[in-house]
Design a binder for this molecule. Structure first.
Ligand code: SF4
Length: 255
């Protein structure tokens, strides 16, 4: 006889639907399979350590990832950095992108969110975090009593990798200099890395986000924090408890 507490195969789906509904993500759709890709998309696990090597060595000599304000460029501005990026062809992602996704939000934000890379929606609109993961990030920001205009949102790299693959070492090494300069100009009180790519890039070393999320680090004179990427949470609703803990920690820090 079946144990009355045994989960039916439908229960996980119900739990997911309830979870999305709680987040306000009610319109659900099923993406049709692409030709030759009928298998379901694999679950996105937190990136294991050792995938992203330190990028500090690749930065221009004036920019060091560590130390109090080390190598800040005098008179730098967000507009100047964007102008220098121009129609960037510095790495192999350039031919694949539609739009450079520079970043958006308050130029003197107290809180900056750093994600991994633009996706398809971001590539079309030229704005960071505007797809389903972006809706969830907006929900997180509002739960902090803020709006997207109060914070600054950007990514480690500014062009969409083909097929939404993870950014590769050379792409991160080439593009992250702009992120470092953006953060130097904004000088937030807290940088929140969304996922392991952002965390490992800014820390300059391989760390497991599942081990260090919720902890504070020092980064060029400001505090660095990390939680899961919203896209990871969309695929792994069970991680919501940890994210809610992290949001409480951020709220306490900023208050
Ligand atoms: S990802 Fe960065 S370095 Fe590469 S082309 Fe885009 S803006 Fe340039």
């Amino acid at each position: 006889m079946k144990d009355q507490h045994e989960e039916s195969p439908r229960q996980p789906l119900r739990a997911w639907l309830d979870f999305y509904e709680e987040l306000g993500l009610t319109p659900l759709y099923r993406r049709p399979p692409r030709p030759g890709r009928e298998k379901p998309t694999p679950v996105l696990e937190p990136t294991p350590a050792a995938v992203f090597p330190p990028v500090a060595a690749s930065l221009p000599p004036t920019l060091s990832l560590f130390g109090e304000a080390a190598g800040r460029i005098e008179g730098d501005t967000l507009d100047r950095i964007r102008a220098e990026i121009g129609d960037c062809q510095r790495c192999k992602l350039a031919p694949h992108r539609k739009t450079i996704v520079y970043g958006s939000g308050h130029p003197r934000a107290q809180l900056v969110f750093v994600g991994e890379a633009p996706g398809a929606d971001e590539d079309l609109q030229g704005l960071p975090f505007v797809g389903r993961a972006g809706q969830l990030l907006t929900h997180w920001i509002e739960s902090l009593g803020m709006t997207r205009e109060d914070v600054y949102i950007c990514n480690v790299i500014k062009c969409r990798p083909p097929g939404n693959r993870s950014p590769e070492k050379d792409e991160i090494e080439t593009c992250s200099q702009f992120l470092v300069r953006q953060l130097d100009v904004i000088r937030p009180r807290l940088i929140c890395c969304l996922g392991s790519v952002a965390l490992q890039t800014l820390l300059g070393k391989s760390v497991s986000i599942t081990r260090v999320r919720g902890q504070f680090f020092d980064y060029r004179g400001t505090k660095l924090f990390a939680t899961f990427h919203p896209a990871y949470l969309l695929r792994n609703p069970n991680a919501n408890r940890q994210v809610q803990e992290d949001l409480r920690t951020i709220r306490q820090f900023l208050s």
